[in-house]
Design a protein around this ligand. Structure first.
Ligand SMILES: [Zn+2]
Length: 471
């Protein structure tokens, strides 16, 4: 599904807004007399706050302060910035109070504070201003043309504000320099760039696809980025570094995978995407990825004292580090094509699905099952789920005889508790090649194959890969 923003209903909403004359630009304002016209700079592709500050002989800090930017790294081509040129950049305005105005709204609109307006106008009770009253306001500049100010109400979310004004979610986040667009607070002042209402992603981005939609805990998220011209795409999902590769057979399309942790709190996660184009331009967009709750069972597992000894935290952690270390160094391009194969042949019985919340010996269910358990007799052949390189083939204490395959792009499959191993580390295997035999070695109560899959070192449900062709 291609993400398309704000449909015709938004046009209707904008129509309503215009009809009810909520536009504030220029309304009831007399500049009396301006000390100096503020300089407005339109950001060009490739510019940074530092280069702009140098150009005007000012500082990054002064531009940040004049524009109320909370994240100086987030500026974009086409953005209008007030350039404070020396100490005379402030302008004294005479503003006539309009119906609906409050001091908070005026402070928000003119880039100042309620206290500053109250003091300058000797207002005893800042809550009492009347329509038609003239106020003297010292401002770093009125909002740019086509900009409306919005004060966040208690029930507002950025998505709702974006919808109301017909402006893209990421646009609002960028214009207001929000580091985390999911968190806005009541009373916060947002500038709404109305001239960008119908605009979609900034070039070179033309579309971003996120699959599945919605994604749930423990799934693999596929991110496809379409650009208007060739670019190098990078990004992060919830602080996970993403590896983008060009999509075979499609111009200017790039894809990456992210693992959604099975224990991730359901809610909205940030996807940052950056395109470096050949001309040296750098463009960043922020997308919001809603993560839904998975439907996981709680599993109570009781182990014999001998097997319980394997739950020693030191032992468990050392082995986790060893496995994570093996999975840290991967081939940059995908070795697989099409669906992954279930690693056993014949009738398949899942004795324990992925993600079940696990309580050991009556303890807290604070861990989860990181793979899929397939029921099988000892000695049943185990086959490679997909083409890849053998990254590990050895005996471990908890996982027993183990095989790990590197499929490229940070995708690994693991096969634990084997009775025998049929491959050697470093060897390349094709999808369906024999790699070992089902057993009950390590932390296991009966013969079965524990099959797991990791993306960027996050354990995800391998079953998804047998049902959905990724990418
Ligand atoms: Zn298992």
């Amino acid at each position: 599904m291609i993400v398309k923003r704000w449909k015709t209903i938004v046009q209707f909403v904008i129509g309503l807004l215009l009809a009810s004359s909520l536009l504030v630009t220029g309304r009831g304002v007399v500049a009396a007399p301006p000390l100096q016209e503020p300089v407005i700079h339109v950001v060009q592709a490739g510019e940074t706050l530092f280069s702009i500050a140098q150009k005007y002989g000012t500082t990054v800090e002064a531009i940040v302060a004049a524009n109320g930017l909370s994240n100086p790294d987030l500026i974009f081509a086409g953005q209008k910035l007030i350039i404070p040129t020396g100490e005379t950049a402030e302008t004294l305005l005479s503003v006539i109070v309009q119906p609906g105005d409050t001091l908070a709204l005026l402070a928000c609109r003119y880039n100042t504070t309620v206290q500053a307006i109250a003091e300058r106008n000797r207002l005893i009770n800042p809550a009492l201003i009347r329509v038609g009253q003239s106020l003297s306001i010292l401002t770093l500049g009125p909002p740019p043309e086509h900009t409306q100010m919005h004060i966040v109400q208690s029930e507002d979310t950025l998505v709702q504000v974006a919808w109301r004004y017909g402006v893209g979610f990421w646009t609002l986040a960028q214009v207001n320099g929000l580091r985390n667009p999911n968190i806005i607070s009541t009373g916060q002042c947002l500038s709404i760039p109305l001239d960008r209402a119908s605009e979609e992603l900034p070039l070179p981005f033309s579309a971003v696809e996120k699959m599945p939609s919605p994604v749930v805990q423990g799934q693999t998220l596929v991110i496809k980025v379409h650009t208007s011209r060739p670019a190098t795409v990078s990004g992060t999902f919830d602080e996970q570094l993403l590896t983008f590769v060009p999509q075979m057979g499609q111009d200017s399309t790039y894809w990456a995978l992210a693992g959604v942790d099975a224990m991730a709190r359901p809610g909205s996660y940030d996807l940052y995407l950056t395109a470096h184009d050949e001309a040296g331009g750098v463009t960043t967009v922020i997308e919001s990825v809603p993560v839904g709750a998975g439907n996981f069972e709680v599993q109570n597992i009781y182990l014999s004292p001998e097997v319980s000894a394997l739950l020693d935290p030191m032992l468990v952690r050392d082995e986790q580090l060893r496995v994570a270390d093996v999975m840290d160094d991967f081939a940059p391009s995908p070795a697989w094509t099409g669906l992954f194969q279930v690693p056993l042949r014949g009738e398949i019985n899942i004795s324990s699905p992925f993600g079940g919340r696990r309580s050991y010996n009556g303890g807290l269910a604070d861990s989860y099952h990181g793979g899929v358990d397939l029921e099988a007799d000892a000695g049943t052949p185990v086959y490679a789920a997909a083409t890849g390189r053998v990254a590990l083939a050895e005996s471990l204490r908890v996982r027993g005889n183990a095989v790990i395959l590197d499929h490229g792009m940070g995708v690994y499959t693991g096969y634990w508790h084997l009775s025998g191993i049929a491959v050697q580390a470093g060897q390349t295997v094709l999808a369906g090649d024999l790699i070992g035999y089902v057993g009950s070695t390590g932390l296991s109560t009966a013969p079965h194959l524990h099959w797991e899959l990791r993306v960027n070192n996050v354990q995800v449900d391998p079953w998804q890969w047998t049902q959905q062709i990724i990418p």
